[in-house]
Design a binder for this molecule. Structure first.
Ligand code: GUN
Length: 293
């Protein structure tokens, strides 16, 4: 049986570290400020932003959510971001994805001041990550997965890592992190995507398999090498006729059948999700520390 990677417990450790940094900032009269921008009424985004804002408040941050209608034009959203960039009470700005059509997400993320880009989505921070420059902000979900691997003492250098999914939020930055030369990286990274051949064959080679493509229970026992580390990033809503809501959430990994084979595995929920928030608040604290040095 595998070791279950307890994302809630590891996130709690990081929150405790962040709280200590927030207390130090407080002695200097500084309160980290994090502003969320949510455009439209995407139900998942409502839940995620609500959870992030609640945790921010718990840790003593100044935080608020700017809710804009789905009809907001790109120009209007950019003007709002300009105002937040110029407002010194906000050390971090998070524009929740997905953004409604026809807003161009790349244009929006490029407008956020890179020093306030606690999501790590600005092209400057994306570039720094790829270059191995630790000065930039690392996106929260892959940054959180990296912390899970490090703090669970999963061997990374030399490991065969297979990432399922090439999205800008998880797959690509995850590959950038693990391919770097460094004590907690130096892996051989394969990114598998919708254009890949022999997906199962790639997966079976993996020492570390990271599933982030958004297909319910895609990773089956037959695709996992015995002893491998399996990280489930998926949050998929599927029909569940017997339940009160008629739906339930499942990951990208068929946990019940994969867990007995894996060496380490994240539960879902309780694995990657809590880490995303922990890294966001850590990044924001870093932004506040840097802005007020
Ligand atoms: N939507 C899903 N994950 C994220 C994230 O990490 N940041 C933002 N801004 N939006 C998201």
């Amino acid at each position: 049986m595998s070791v279950i990677i307890d994302g809630r417990a590891i996130a709690q450790q990081i929150h405790a570290e962040t709280a200590a940094r927030v207390a130090t900032l407080k002695t200097r009269g500084i309160q980290p400020g994090l502003v969320f921008v949510r455009v439209g009424e995407d139900p998942s985004s409502q839940v995620y932003v609500g959870m992030k804002e609640k945790k921010s408040a718990e840790l003593g941050f100044r935080s608020t959510t700017l809710v804009l209608p789905a009809t907001t034009s790109e120009a209007e959203l950019l003007a709002r971001i300009d105002a937040l960039n110029a407002d010194p009470q906000w050390h971090g700005i998070l524009v929740q994805a997905p953004l409604p059509h026809p807003i161009n997400a790349a244009t929006v993320y490029a407008r956020v001041d890179p020093e306030k880009d606690v999501d790590g989505f600005h092209p400057l921070n994306v570039g720094k990550l790829l270059l191995g420059d630790s000065d930039g902000f690392v996106p929260c979900t892959p940054g959180g997965i990296h912390e899970l691997l490090i703090r669970s003492e999963v061997p990374i250098p030399g490991a065969e890592v297979v990432i399922l999914g090439r999205g800008n939020i998880v797959g690509k930055p995850m590959a950038s992190i693990l391919v770097q030369k460094g004590r907690h990286a130096n892996a051989t990274v394969t990114v598998v995507h919708s254009g890949s051949r022999d997906v199962a064959e790639h997966c079976r080679r993996a020492d570390i398999l990271i599933a982030a493509m958004g297909v319910p229970e895609f990773v089956r026992a037959s695709m996992v090498k015995p002893g491998a580390t399996v990280i489930d990033v998926g949050v998929n809503r599927v029909p569940s006729p017997g339940s009160t809501t008629g739906t339930r959430l499942v990951g990208d990994v068929a946990f019940a059948e994969v867990a007995p084979i894996a060496g380490w595995i994240t539960p879902n929920p309780g694995g990657v999700g809590p880490m995303t928030i922990a890294m966001l608040l850590s990044n924001t604290t870093r932004a506040a520390e840097r802005a007020t040095r």
